[in-house]
Design a protein around this ligand. Structure first.
Ligand code: 5GP
Length: 172
C-alpha cells in the first residue's frame, strides 16, 4: 500500500455490502427486467461485482460523462458517449461510483429522463454528503464516506489505482 493511502473500506466490507444491495435490488425488481446503466469509467468495478450477485434479468448500457480533473471537480459535466439502445419504457437503474457534489447525477437524471424510461432509479457505491451542492435522490447506497479523496475499486487518480481491491483515502 502507498504510504499516503489509508484503507477505508476493506474488500470484505465491499463484498458484504454489495451482496446486500444485490439482494435488495432483486427483491424490488422481482419479475422485471432491468436496464443497468454503468457510468464510465469509475463504476465499472462496482457494476460487475453487483450484477454478478444479482438474479434479475438485465441488460447493460454504458454512458461516459466527465466532470473531474485530477483531484478537484471542474463543476462542469460533459457527455462523452451516450447509450447505444433506446431505454424508452424500460426499468432503468443507474449504477454510479460516487455522488459527491451531485452535479453529475443531476445531469444524468435529466439526460436519461428525456429518453422516457418507465422507471429510473439510482444506485451508488458511495456518497459524500458533506460535499453536496445539489440534492439528488439515492435509491440504493453502499457507503457514506467522509470528505476525503478516495481511490481503489474503480476510484482513480488521473486514471491510475482503479484496480486496488479495496477503497482507500488519500491522506496528506
Ligand atoms: P459530482 O458530480 O457528484 O461532484 O462528482 C461525481 C464524480 O466525481 C464521480 O463519478 C467520480 O468520478 C468523481 N469523484 C468524486 N469524488 C471522488 C473521489 O473521492 N475520488 C475519486 N477518484 N473520484 C471522485
Amino acid at each position: 500500500m502507498y504510504s499516503n493511502f489509508k484503507e477505508l473500506i476493506s474488500k470484505e466490507e465491499l463484498d458484504k455490502r454489495i451482496a446486500e444491495l444485490a439482494e435488495q435490488i432483486d427483491k424490488d425488481y422481482e419479475g422485471k427486467e432491468i436496464t443497468i446503466i454503468c457510468v464510465m469509467r469509475g463504476a465499472v468495478f462496482f457494476t460487475v461485482e453487483l450484477t454478478l450477485k444479482m438474479k434479475t434479468k438485465l441488460k447493460y448500457e454504458f454512458i461516459t460523462i466527465s466532470s473531474y480533473a485530477g483531484t478537484d471537480t471542474t463543476g462542469e459535466v460533459t457527455l462523452r458517449t451516450d447509450l447505444r439502445d433506446s431505454i424508452e419504457g424500460k426499468d432503468v437503474l443507474i449504477v454510479e461510483d460516487i455522488i459527491d457534489t451531485g452535479r453529475s447525477m443531476k445531469y444524468l437524471l435529466e439526460h436519461l429522463r428525456s429518453k422516457n424510461p418507465r422507471t429510473l432509479k439510482v444506485c451508488t457505491l458511495a456518497s459524500k454528503p458533506e460535499r453536496r451542492e445539489v440534492e439528488v435522490p439515492i435509491d440504493y447506497l453502499g457507503f457514506e464516506v467522509p470528505n476525503k479523496y478516495i481511490v481503489g475499486f474503480g476510484f482513480d487518480i488521473d486514471n491510475n489505482y482503479r484496480n486496488l481491491p479495496y477503497v482507500a483515502s488519500l491522506e496528506g
